[in-house]
Ligand binder design. Structure first.
Ligand SMILES: [Zn+2]
Length: 427
């Protein structure tokens, strides 16, 4: 796997990424025991004391492909790089990486940079998407920031961007964080906008992450400025608040309350929504039933029905009734057969019959399905709630509960007892 594809939240991959350090001046990161390293970093003194670092970023897969057809002599430095580092001294390794980075042939497989300590830290954790915890383990301090025009501050937070980000995208993301900050300030919890906020790659499903151990927030750098993203960031800064600003005594209160609510089976606002949707579905089933029964009486085995939705190319066209069973209908054409909910036939935008009495049933049944409107409100658009759990996710743990309350309360969507309880935690 390409290092740039390492998912920040993917602990399995990170666990596979291990460092192998022949000496204290040099560290190499790999994602598997075999094959070339992905990054090699060398310091000018021990890694924890160095002020400057040389960094080689390799494309191990492409290198492996290259060497499959152009086998290097066994035991040569290049050959050793393809295997483990064990066969090379530090000096040999650096020399080999340098010669690769400088050669015409290999330039595209390896890039070399020399950076100061704070710039290496930023490059390592932001451009290369690696955990701050991994930095802490091998390199120690982040180093003191020199005057740097790249640094953007919002509140007390320092925003870190990958070097290759497009300026327009960067401006959008700064704007996003400013929006979040103004919401936090208005809600009286602006202090939580502090520490490092880095924009880098992140697991596909998540837009934001907070790491309690290293106290940093990570945001997917393709994140859009929409309500859902703002909501996610509020959630992450809620985690930050809990871990960095909430006294132990209040954290215990939060945990006890969460346990008590979970044991008592408290519902979430989303549960209420699902209950409402279930009612609508049950009601529809009751109202459509007489039309389904009528259709069963009218349709005989071999009767033709035509499916009209051209976008479903595998289904579109003529079908013939095979039989009804319970709520289902089985249709056939040639060797193909499909099973549907019988009520699904009663939609005039989907099905047509040449039999006038069946066509009439389809049209009358359609009137009922037209009334059927099921919409699920996304989390960020949910109305103010006095439910203890604003969302299903809040049931997961005390800290997720707090983060969800935080996102809801700061946007004025938490009411009643839960809002009072939340305020007592942040005041
Ligand atoms: Zn969370």
């Amino acid at each position: 796997m390409d290092l740039r594809k390492i998912k920040v939240g993917d602990t399995k991959t990170i666990a596979a990424l291990y460092a192998e350090s022949p000496s204290d001046y040099l560290v190499a990161f790999r994602s598997s025991r075999r094959g070339p390293p992905k990054i090699v970093i060398a310091g000018d003194r021990t890694l924890k004391d160095s002020t400057k670092f040389q960094i080689w970023v390799l494309k191990p897969k492409a290198l492996q492909r290259y060497f499959r057809t152009n086998e290097p002599p066994v035991g040569s430095p290049v050959w050793n790089i393809m295997g483990r580092l064990g066969g090379l001294s530090d000096v040999q390794l650096k020399a080999t990486l340098d010669s690769l980075a400088n050669s015409k042939e290999f330039k595209k497989y390896i890039t070399k940079k020399t950076l100061s300590r704070p710039k290496t830290f930023k490059y390592f954790t932001t451009d290369l998407h690696l955990y701050v915890g991994i930095w802490d383990q091998f390199f120690g301090e982040k180093g003191v920031d020199e005057a740097d025009e790249e640094i953007v501050k919002v509140g007390n937070a320092k925003l870190l961007f990958p070097g290759n980000i497009r300026p327009a995208n960067k401006a959008k993301l700064i704007d996003l964080v400013k929006t979040v900050y103004s919401i936090l300030k208005k809600a009286g919890v602006g202090e939580t906008m502090t520490g490092d906020v880095r924009f880098s790659k992140i697991t596909a499903q998540a837009v934001g992450m907070y790491y309690p151990k290293t106290q940093d927030v990570r945001i997917k750098y393709v994140a859009k400025k929409d309500k859902a993203t703002v909501n996610t960031l509020l959630h992450e800064f809620g985690h930050k608040w809990m871990y960095e600003f909430m006294p132990q005594s209040k954290q215990s209160l939060l945990k006890d309350k969460w346990k008590e609510l979970r044991l008592s089976g408290a519902k979430s606002a989303q549960d209420e929504q699902e209950l409402r949707i279930q009612e609508i579905v049950d009601d529809y089933a009751k109202r459509i039933k007489p039309y389904v029964e009528e259709a069963k009486r009218v349709l005989k085995t071999g009767d033709k029905l035509t499916y009209l939705n051209k976008r479903k190319r595998s289904i579109v066209g003529d079908w013939y009734i095979s039989y009804f069973k319970g709520d289902s209908v089985f249709l056939k054409r040639g060797h193909e057969s499909i099973k549907l909910k019988a009520s699904g036939l009663l939609r005039k935008e989907l099905w047509k019959s040449e039999n006038p009495s069946m066509q009439k049933i389809i049209e009358e049944g359609s009137k009922i399905s037209e009334d059927l409107e099921i919409t699920r409100t996304p989390k960020h658009a949910m109305k103010p709630t006095a439910e203890w759990f604003p969302t299903e996710y809040a049931k997961k743990s005390p800290s997720e509960w707090f983060a969800e309350m935080f996102a809801f309360s700061t946007t004025g969507r938490l009411e009643g007892e839960p809002e009072k309880f939340f305020q007592s935690l942040v005041s």
